[in-house]
Design a protein around this ligand. Structure first.
Ligand code: SAH
Length: 227
């Protein structure tokens, strides 16, 4: 799988992909993540990528030409299952979308800036518009990093324990149960007895019970969906 991220600020996310699970997945050849600098496709000597909005108003708009040149260049070298634009008016990202995207082939992700990108790019090229929540950030880089991380950790072999991603919150519409590690007692604070019992059936039941309890308490909206 190849994930190509188009951005005007490559330095903002390059470091993000150099650590932990994402780094391991990249090194293990499970996925390649490429950060593409939109400025390389900018216009003229100043490598312009944005301009004033038609009709007036505050804020710059990312121009159609550099974006189209960049997208076309990438498309000439690879086939893409999805061309995603990160935008607050897109579909709100969730685990189901992450699962689906982790099964796809190559994807291209476009990060906006300023007031966003020229609408004609959205109409002509974008196959999926994703928001990471109902708030506005100043650029699409962090949103792109968020969805890329969520996707990559689902790729088989990306995590040490492949089953681990399946037991996270949201995979079964339940939040995850509490977890503990050594020592079994710390200054009088004890780990629940059952987890030390070695009885895996009972432990599994306890975890399910706690997951249900937590979901009902913290996310009644999710719990209603499970019923
Ligand atoms: N004027 C736009 C916001 C632009 S914010 C509007 O009101 O909808 C600048 C860029 O940041 C966007 O183009 C987008 O790529 C990114 N961005 C900001 N908030 C986001 C969010 N919640 N989810 C995904 N991308 C977001």
């Amino acid at each position: 799988m190849q994930i190509d991220i188009i951005t005007a600020l490559p330095g903002l996310i390059e470091g993000f992909f150099a650590h932990s699970i994402v780094k391991r997945a990249r090194e293990g050849g499970k996925v390649s993540v490429n950060i593409i600098d939109l400025r390389d496709y900018g216009i003229g000597k100043s490598r312009q990528i944005d301009d004033y909005a038609f009709g007036g108003g505050a804020g710059m708009v990312m121009m159609i030409e550099p974006l189209v040149n960049c997208i076309e260049d990438l498309k000439s070298k690879a086939d893409y299952d999805e061309i995603i634009y990160m935008t607050p008016d897109g579909d709100v990202f969730d685990q189901r979308t992450a699962n689906k995207l982790s099964l796809s082939g190559n994807i291209m992700i476009i990060c906006g800036h300023y007031k966003g990108i020229d609408e004609r790019v959205r109409e002509k090229y974008i196959t999926k518009e994703i928001s990471i929540g109902d708030y506005v950030l100043s650029g699409g880089e962090i949103p792109a990093a968020v969805i890329t991380d969520a996707i990559i950790r689902l790729i088989p072999g990306a995590m040490n324990d492949e089953t681990s991603a399946l037991t996270d919150s949201f995979q079964d519409s339940l939040l995850a149960p509490p977890v503990y590690t050594r020592p079994a007692e710390y200054k009088g604070l004890k780990v629940p007895e059952i987890l030390l019992s070695g009885n895996f059936k009972k432990i599994e039941d306890w975890r399910t019970e706690k997951a249900i309890e937590r979901t009902k308490e913290r996310r009644p909206d999710l719990w209603k969906k499970t019923l």
